[in-house]
Design a protein around this ligand. Sequence first.
Ligand SMILES: [Zn+2]
Length: 191
Amino acid sequence: MTNAKTTSSNVSRSSRVKGGGKASLEPCACCGIAPDSRGRPFSITFEQPDVIDQIHPQLLDTWGGDPFLAIKAVGFFIRVILPVKLSDGFAVDFGTWIEIDNDDFRAAWQSWNFPEYKDLAIEGYVANQIAPFDKFPHTLVKATVREPEQVPYLTSSDNEVFTKLLTETWPHASVLAPYADLLKSEPPLED
Ligand SMILES: [Zn+2]
């Protein structure tokens, strides 16, 4: 008995959370963006560390992918979430990367699917420039685990710029402006 469908490569184990769709809340009068229907932060995700764009493709030698990425002769990167509180009930979780040292990379990789993951605490350098914020200082930021099913969250830093970013409430319109097209887009009317 043959059944081509069962051997299709277009199959994965990833789960599918119900997201997307037209927002059920009215768009904000100032910026036209509607808050998430269930009050969750927006997710805006940087697919890879910025440094990848600066490496000639022929010289790019990587191990892993997302959430663990090692780039030969460059460094070790892990996916994290940068949570930013915004005015008027908005919030955004930036999916970003930090560069960490090899020992922490290995420790994170080893604990990732085990109970000790909840105690993981690592420090690294944010590896994306995130608009509309000014260029980040090259300084350590701490990442810890909030939920076992989530990648680590950036939680604190000795640096004033990151402390402000992580603790203050930012004006939602200016922070979301670079991503307005992403957050407001509707399905095409024709193909
Ligand atoms: Zn607004």
